[in-house]
Structures are given as C-alpha cells and as structure tokens.
Design a protein around this ligand. Structure first.
Ligand code: FE
Ligand code: FE
Ligand code: ZN
Length: 294
C-alpha cells in the first residue's frame, strides 16, 4: 500500500526537506508543491539536493515514480483572461517536475468565473493542448476531481471526460480522485464501489494516477471543499479505509491533505499509523498535540 501526505519543499533543502518530512511520518510516498501554491516565486532546482533526496528515497524504499507534485492554485486554464499566464506557468512547472525527476503533476482543472461550463471546459482544453505543444517532457498531468465550489470545473466525471476527449495527446493526462471533493460534489464515498464503477464506465480506472484521501467537514453534495481529519468528518473512517485498501487501486499513491491540528501540528504521522493499523483513534488530536510537545 502506498500511503503518504502533503509535505513541504523549501528553498534551502528542496526535495531533501520533502523526503525527510515524509520519512518522519512513516510514509512511503508523498506530495509537494515546488514553491508556495499561491504565488509564482520559484527557486532554481538544485541538482545536488535532488540527487541527495534520491539517495534518501532509495534508502527508505520510496519509489520516485510514485511521488506527486501539485500545481499551484493560481493556475486557472478555464479563465481566458488568465490563460496566457496559466499556460506559461504550467509549462514551467512541468519543466521543474522534469528537473526533479517527477512523473505526475496534479492540477485543478479551473474555475470558469462566469463564462459558463461549456466555454470554461473549452478554455481548459485549449490551454492543455497549448501546454502539451510547448512541453514535450515525460511528466503527466493528473486532473483532480473537484468539489464544485463556486464555478469550479471537473466536479463531475462527465466534465473530466469532456476535457480528456478534447485534448489531442490525452495519453499525457490522468485523473487524481479526491475523496473530500467527491463527497462534496455528490458522489457517495460510502458506496465507493459504485462510484468507481461509474468512473470506470465514463473514464476508465486505468486513468487514476493518484488518490487524495481526506475526510470532509460537510455533507454529501455540499459543494464546499473543506477537508477534515481521517475519521472525524462526514465520510468516516471505514469508508476511507475501503478506498485506501481498494484492490483495484493498490498501485496508486494515496495522499493525505488533512488539516493541521490547531493549525499548528501535523496530524500525518498519527493518521498514517491509524490507517496502517486499520483502527480508528478517537484521541488523534490529543495524541498529535502531545507528541509535538515532546
Ligand atoms: Fe488539489
Ligand atoms: Fe486534493
Ligand atoms: Zn480540497
């Protein structure tokens, strides 16, 4: 089972920092942003630090092929006024993935901000086609399933399918399922087999390159997108455990993006332990705080 979480990547230690953080949580995979998700400041990728991180990954049996990069939120391919910037920044981000030896970049498809679903999807398709002309490397883009907050696109499998169909080189695209977003979009994670069957019919299970495992603070179809710690939300521990251990997704990395406790303490070591032991820990929050004060 491939289980990890979102970790940091900083200017001084770059991928070494991300790898060390993942290892400290008992993770065997991880996801990171190449810089702050909300701005364009990016540091030059260091070859020395990258190779040091590779050595560390090898030592701890982390498969580099399965490590995930997340694209910054400021990219919005659905908005035409923003398209030139988004295409350029996404292309640069893909090149950074290559420099880091990463194979998958998770991307939020975009928000149409008023132009409507059809036009928004059209803009995304055009944006991705342009990006794939300008970028010829090996990193694939995984489109994330969205909650449908505001004018977000990619909230239904059908919308994602429309994007896949419109992109010429769609073998360079895959999908990242996010359990919180699925729930908030109206797909019942409790009946995950049914959701997966529907996904398979429309898109195909083989397209899934990553799963974001998050509980949700809100009920089914709420279109909110607020993540909750595993077992503390409306999806619940047992349903999330079935996703994590689903036999059809055994090769797919599972990534936690759950909130810090009191905005300060990373819950991931305890959450990963809970998932590995397959036993819900109702005292998770207390334990996380206790451990970090040691
Ligand atoms: Fe995301
Ligand atoms: Fe996510
Ligand atoms: Zn989210």
């Amino acid at each position: 089972m491939l289980i990890g979480c979102h970790v940091s990547f900083n200017k001084d230690k770059q991928l070494v920092k991300s790898t060390e953080e993942a290892i400290s949580y008992g993770a065997n995979t991880f996801m990171f942003y190449t810089g702050a998700p909300q701005n364009t400041n990016r540091s030059e990728i260091s070859y020395e630090l990258t190779s040091e991180a590779y050595r560390l990954m090898e030592l701890h049996h982390i498969d580099r092929e399965k490590v995930i990069v997340h694209a910054p939120y400021i990219i919005n391919l659905a908005n035409r006024d923003h398209l030139e910037f988004s295409v350029r920044f996404l292309t640069e981000e893909l090149k950074r993935c290559d420099q880091l030896g990463m194979s998958y970049l998770v991307l939020h498809p975009g928000s149409h901000v008023g132009v409507g679903i059809e036009q928004g999807l059209h803009n995304i398709i055009e944006g991705l086609n342009t990006v794939f002309i300008e970028y010829r490397g090996k990193t694939k883009i995984l489109l994330e399933t969205m909650a449908g907050k505001g004018t977000e696109l990619g909230k239904t499998f059908q919308e994602l399918k429309t994007i896949l169909d419109g992109v010429y080189e769609n073998d360079r695209l895959g999908i990242c399922l996010d359990t919180c977003h699925l729930n908030d979009a109206g797909y019942s994670v409790e009946n995950f087999d049914q959701v997966l069957a529907e996904f398979d019919q429309i898109i195909g299970i083989d397209k899934i390159g990553c799963v974001h495992v998050n509980d949700s603070k809100n009920p089914l179809a709420s279109h909110k997108d607020r993540h909750e710690n595993i077992g503390f939300g409306t999806i619940g521990f047992d349903s999330l455990l079935r996703v994590v251990y689903h036999p059809l997704l055994s090769d797919v990395p599972k990534i936690l993006e759950t909130p810090y406790i009191d905005r300060e303490y990373a819950p991931y070591r305890c959450e990963i332990a809970m998932i590995k032991e397959q036993q819900f820990n109702p005292n998770l929050r207390e334990q996380v705080k206790e451990e970090s004060q040691k």
